[in-house]
Design a protein around this ligand. Structure first.
Ligand code: FAD
Length: 297
């Protein structure tokens, strides 16, 4: 059973008035990917993040890669949040993954439902011996050990029902089940985030919601991500990236400017921090960070 001797992310969010920063990685597929992730983590460590996290795929090999990458990150001094999804797995498999997380010293879990192979709009099918949703997963994780648990939140409505009020209510359910912080899906309109926060607060729920920031490094890539996640891609963002033409460095620079403008607006509006979806690369995230510092949010 994990016993944390350190201040948890939830404690830090409660106690600190300074924004909290985190970086999300995905588990590398091969040795080259491992080497790149190692370099990226070294580059980003100098920014003194408050946490790092590793995404989780439900099939056996990707699950083991997540656990291995999480274990490697635990070798740094950075607080590590391990993702866990309940898609396509029996409760016994979920417990086995939690045992492995515990064995490598993980005490923070992001409990998310996961999607069917067709993506978030494909009809959800509960595993016959599994769980129905993330709320049930939060309960399972909390009953397994003394973890600090986070969950997903959706500034643009989740594509399954496209119902912002349901999204707010589900976040409340997850908090009542034991979640202590939330990290949002990618989005580009700050008002989507502020609206979500307001809906959740109107339900009497004070859970900190950390906005997820996607570095924009190519128009094709960002169109793919928004299609997958159901996030809205404003025409103005597309126009600004298109204006950069085929010059990859210029596209990245304009993308970083767009992301840093969003980040500044969010922090000035009271967001408790930011999580960057790094895509296992450091250049764009570092660029956004230095633009943030220039703007002294
Ligand atoms: C920060 C972040 C990290 C992520 N990391 C990963 C990852 O590592 N691996 C991965 O595979 N995916 C990941 N995802 C994607 C995630 O799996 C999908 O967005 C998924 O569709 C929703 O997950 P959830 O935890 O919000 O699910 P839930 O909270 O269970 O909700 C999902 C949907 O189920 C329905 N639902 C749930 N409960 C109820 C209820 N009581 N009544 C009615 N309807 C209900 C609603 O339509 C709801 O929108 C991540 C998402 C985010 C935002």
């Amino acid at each position: 059973m994990p016993v944390s001797t350190r201040v948890s992310l939830a404690d830090q969010l409660r106690m600190s008035s300074a924004p909290i920063f985190g970086f999300e990685f995905f588990p590398p597929k091969d040795d080259q990917g491992v080497a790149r992730l190692t370099r990226t983590v070294q580059h980003l460590e100098s920014l003194a993040p408050d946490f790092v996290s590793v995404t989780y795929g439900a099939n056996g090999s990707s699950r083991q890669r997540t656990i291995a990458a999480t274990e490697r990150l635990r070798e740094t001094s950075i607080r590590t949040v391990a993702h866990l999804t309940c898609a396509s797995q029996a409760v016994s498999e979920l417990n086995a993954t939690l045992d492995q997380y515990t064995a490598v010293g993980v005490d923070h879990v992001l409990a998310i439902r996961g999607d069917m192979p067709g993506g978030p709009t494909a009809p959800w099918q509960q595993h016959p011996n599994g769980l129905a949703n993330a709320t049930e997963l939060v309960r399972l994780v909390k009953s397994h050990g003394d973890y600090c648990v986070g969950v997903a939140a959706f500034p643009d409505p989740h594509p399954e029902h496209r119902d912002p009020d349901l999204d707010a209510r589900l976040l409340l359910d997850k908090v009542e089940a034991g979640a202590e912080f939330a990290i949002s899906q990618l989005f580009f309109d700050p008002d989507s985030y502020f609206d979500l926060v307001e809906r959740v607060r109107d339900l009497g729920c004070q859970v900190p919601i950390i906005p997820g920031i996607m570095p924009l490094t190519s128009l094709n890539q960002i169109q793919r991500f928004t299609e997958l996640s159901g996030a809205a891609l404003p025409a103005q963002v597309v126009e600004r990236l298109r204006a950069a033409g085929d010059d990859a460095e210029r596209v990245r620079h304009i993308g970083s400017r767009i992301a840093s403008e969003l980040a500044v607006t969010l922090l000035r509006g009271g967001a408790p921090g930011l999580q960057f979806f790094t895509q296992n690369r450091s250049t764009a995230t570092r660029e956004i960070f230095s633009m943030l510092l220039e703007r002294r949010w």
